[in-house]
Design a protein around this ligand. Structure first.
Ligand SMILES: Cc1cc2nc3c(=O)[nH]c(=O)nc-3n(C[C@H](O)[C@H](O)[C@H](O)COP(=O)(O)O)c2cc1C
Length: 182
């Protein structure tokens, strides 16, 4: 049994929800797993973990800066342990090229090359945004491929949960039954 850290950087909470599902699936596969907001980790991966997944959402073309900083400063541990990264964006819903560019940029900035990478579609939470953000997101969504929702009286969740579960299951299965150590 391995102890798996799922550290996430989120602004509106969708990446936290995805991290929770990843943790659930990893546990279902016989390991210990904790989904933790990266800002609460004090900058370092606690040395109790055998494997690490980092998740981060994209805002204005960039991944969550706390997650980027965390991955960069812990890159030597991440390179040594089984590790994976998941990116959360609206580009992942219909604009794969753009979503891939965000991931490339993340890998360049952090100098970390995870064993596995996934791109998950996020959410458009119009009812949770303030007035300015709601108008901005509608305007941006109008021109985007993927047919993003434009009705600002409701929210749109594009995350494909089956894909999230498959990613988590694949990662968990690769850890096998034994515990690796640092
Ligand atoms: C102000 C704002 C800017 C955003 N900018 C981008 C962007 O540049 N590219 C993109 O693909 N998605 C963008 N998104 C969509 C977010 O990635 C998506 O809403 C995601 O679910 C947010 O995850 P979080 O709730 O974990 O922060 C943006 C969302 C907001 C609210």
């Amino acid at each position: 049994m391995a102890r798996v850290l799922i550290a996430y950087g989120t602004t509106e909470g969708q990446t936290a929800k995805i991290a929770d599902v990843v943790a659930d699936v990893v546990r279902e596969n016989g390991h210990d797993a904790e989904a933790v907001d990266v800002t609460t980790l004090g900058g370092e991966i606690p040395d109790v973990y055998d494997a690490v997944v980092i998740g981060a959402s994209v805002h204005v073309g960039k991944h969550d800066k706390h997650a980027v900083e965390f991955a960069h400063s812990n890159r030597s541990v991440l390179e040594r342990l089984p590790s994976a990264f998941f990116s959360v964006s609206l580009a992942a819903h219909g604009d794969t090229e753009e979503a891939e560019k965000y991931v490339e940029q993340f890998e360049t900035e952090t100098e970390w090359h995870p064993d596995a990478v996934a791109m998950f579609s996020g959410a458009l939470l119009y009812t949770k945004y303030g007035f300015i953000k709601r108008r901005l997101m509608k305007k941006i969504s109008e021109g985007k491929p993927g047919g993003l929702g434009l009705d600002t009286s409701r929210d749109y969740v594009y995350t494909e949960w089956d894909g999230v579960k498959r990613f988590a299951e694949h990662f968990a299965k690769q850890l096998g039954a034994g515990t690796s150590s640092r």
